[in-house]
Design a protein around this ligand. Structure first.
Ligand SMILES: N[C@@H](CCC(=O)N[C@@H](CS)C(=O)NCC(=O)O)C(=O)O
Length: 313
């Protein structure tokens, strides 16, 4: 692999790299010596497979991704929302090859290879889904070509959005995994895990504006993007867990009915959003991937962090 004087990997290095990263199936041991989840289906299916096919040609902006990953889906949705030209490169993040770690030393997808803006300059790959979403929104700001910005122009409103993006990342997503990874051996009950998820969803729903389905009402923003992938995977909790997600049916939410009604409106809109639909594979494929989470046998970094009560990676 070529490096520039600063040690940065040049974007052109990644085109051939993708061939090595694609569809690896050999078992692997992670750097920390932990067994990894290696038997993931190697590629997207359904609508997501069509999107992948349309973005398989070599292109300077590359999303290194796993089709099943909700963190990936955030960045992928932004690429779709903003009609950003890119190449989609499927990799299995549980294989920590040196090439993958050169993309993201944390060994996680998504990672984004960004073309250098000016000759002679090189860029290092970017990673962390929330960072990628904000980067793409800022770097592709021309509204004629890329549609409305995904964060408000006003600094105060943008800060409010970031509070709720943080609520999704720090409260809702960890609670989603605590419920999904609940087993009889846990020191906490499934009712407790379910109540925790409900509390965090209701807190968000109570902040949602009226006059449109999205968090800010009529305007679709990164707050919606941050949560969408886990929202459209809630059915997996219904599939795997006794009592399921347990969100009340319409008119049955008691004193929380107003907030649950707002939640249902948001979720129905999210399930139909083009960027969600187009980045989704067929449901049966997710069942296989999430079995390890439901059994609490996954050795993914997120799964291990959830198991040991640590902050998610
Ligand atoms: N904080 C990261 C989390 C990304 C993440 O955990 N991705 C998972 C796939 S869904 C991954 O790459 N896992 C590899 C592993 O756990 O070894 C982000 O927001 O991008």
């Amino acid at each position: 692999m070529r490096r520039d004087l600063l040690g940065a990997v040049t974007p052109s290095d990644f085109a051939p790299l993708s061939l090595h990263l694609h569809n690896q199936t050999t078992p692997h041991t992670a750097p920390m010596g932990t067994a990894v989840d290696t038997s993931i289906h190697p590629h997207a299916t359904g609508p997501a497979a069509e999107l992948v096919a349309a973005h398989s040609a070599d292109y300077a902006l590359k999303l290194y991704a796993g089709w099943f990953c909700p963190f990936v889906q955030r960045a992928w949705m932004v690429l779709v929302e903003k009609r950003i030209a890119h190449q989609y490169v499927e990799i299995n993040p549980y294989h920590k090859s040196p090439e993958f770690l050169a993309l993201n030393p944390r060994g996680l997808v998504p990672a984004l290879v960004v073309p250098a803006a000016s000759p002679g300059r090189t860029t290092k790959p970017l990673y962390e889904s929330a960072v990628l979403c904000e980067f793409l929104d800022e770097a592709f700001a021309d509204q004629t070509a890329h549609g409305p910005r995904l964060l408000p122009d006003d600094a105060y409103e943008r800060a409010v959005c970031r509070i709720w993006m943080d609520h999704v990342a720090g409260k809702i997503v960890p609670a989603w995994y605590r419920l999904m990874q609940h087993t009889a051996e846990k020191p906490y009950g499934i009712h407790e895990a379910r109540a925790e998820l409900h509390t965090h969803l209701l807190t968000l729903a109570r902040e949602m504006a009226n006059g449109g389905p999205w968090f800010l009402g009529e305007r679709f923003t990164l707050v919606d993007v941050m949560l969408a992938p886990w929202a459209v995977r809630l059915w997996l909790i219904d599939y795997y867990k006794d009592g399921g997600v347990g969100i009340p049916d319409p008119e049955s939410g008691g004193e929380d009915e107003t907030a649950w009604k707002r939640w249902r409106t948001w979720l129905a809109a999210i399930e139909e959003r083009r960027s969600v639909v187009e980045t989704s594979s067929t449901k049966d494929m997710y069942i296989g991937v999430y079995k390890r989470y439901a059994d609490d046998t996954t050795n993914s970094e997120v799964g291990q962090a959830t198991r040991s009560g640590r902050r998610l990676p």
